[in-house]
Ligand binder design. Sequence first.
Ligand SMILES: Cc1cc2nc3c(=O)[nH]c(=O)nc-3n(C[C@H](O)[C@H](O)[C@H](O)COP(=O)(O)OP(=O)(O)OC[C@H]3O[C@@H](n4cnc5c(N)ncnc54)[C@H](O)[C@@H]3O)c2cc1C
Length: 414
Amino acid sequence: MSKVSLQRNVEIYDDADIVVIGGGPAGTAAAISGARSGKKVVLLEHSGQLGGMGTLGNVSIFMGVGNVTGIYRELVSEVMPNYLPQSHQGSIWPQYSPFNVRHYLNAKLEREGVKVYYHTSFVAAIQEGDTVTGVIANTREGLRAFLGRSIIDCTGDARVAQDTGVPTHSGREGDGLTQPMTLMFMMQNTGKPVKPYLPDDCYYYESINDLPQGRHLYWEYNNDGMLLVNMTRVKGNGAKIEDINHAEKEGLRQVFSVAHYLQRNGFETYTLSHIPGQIGVRETNQIEGMYTLTENDLTSGRRFEDVVAQTNYEIDIHSPDGKKTCDERQLSGYDIPYRCMIPIQVKGLLVAGRCISATHVAMSSMRVQATCYALGQAAGIAAACAVEGNIHLDQVSIPKLHQRLADQGVVFLK
Ligand SMILES: Cc1cc2nc3c(=O)[nH]c(=O)nc-3n(C[C@H](O)[C@H](O)[C@H](O)COP(=O)(O)OP(=O)(O)OC[C@H]3O[C@@H](n4cnc5c(N)ncnc54)[C@H](O)[C@@H]3O)c2cc1C
């Protein structure tokens, strides 16, 4: 492939203790916990909103995860207190308004003293030798530099890590296929018959077998006539240019087609009420970290000395190869170690959220939002400890990290 070279002088726009890239569940939690550790934190977000797939991708539901602690529990208690379980072990499955969570996160990060830069996209890492010392981002005013003592990659795609040369892998061992993408949408009950609408280039689904997932998958938990639909499915890797180009068009075609099917099959009074601005991406890149979480760790319920998050969410793999199946297997609970967030080969960088070091099967369980909030919270504290001690991120004391997590409301089950 032919190349061009780019050499530019870029204005340093901000300088912080911690720079977080990506404002999804992992990034927002990392920014909050870093700020609560007394550090100056800036967060760079590609879009105009926080919450990642949870709001941008209209996921709008938290999968049931036992041991709900820390910032995630706080979010639930502040946005939807009725859903809060009695104990940390309690599992909840709340359906939420992505609009409310989006607004809540804006206000929350402002209150916590985090400077959020919206419409600011990571472009390139700044490195001194093997240490990441900042990033160049594309802002509304062009390229700007943001410097930091610790950098946390929460892009979901490990974009920062990849740029520094950290090895990554995608999808299944063997063929590299990732879980498919889904454009989640909402329908609203109008209380009167609605004329079904199907644009010309969409599909007429006759029966359940014709549907992209071959099943019904929707929720209407809140009794407000709002139906959340997770029934589209597009094969591909959302971090690949051509795959995402195709998925955005095909996902929208499926939205109209599924809505039309539902309007003829039980939802005659429902109208399409919300289609998010981008398709939901489940799985793209995983970094190679100091430890790689495996299927065996999940199924054996493995515990780690350097635990930073716990979950009992199931193995949940939407078929990567275009089939209509899902591989769903219950788990009793396992730990995720800190080392999964420490990339090999570079210093000054942590990676939190769905793109940590994990196999395809292991990521299918840890990828849900509650776990990503937990990982982000730990990453923010670890980054703060490294700044305070002027040490590398892999030298952070685990007892100290655990104490700081406990101070911030995180409880680990033994
Ligand atoms: C269709 C679908 C259904 C799902 N269902 C559920 C469910 O029911 N319950 C559940 O709990 N979880 C569910 N998940 C999983 C969950 O939503 C995600 O795995 C989780 O949001 C990942 O969090 P994250 O912070 O790692 O990354 P993301 O949520 O992907 O957030 C990454 C953020 O980084 C930003 N970003 C990316 N690149 C850049 C860049 N270059 N510069 C700056 N910012 C950047 C993005 O804009 C985004 O805001 C679902 C996911 C999908 C796609």
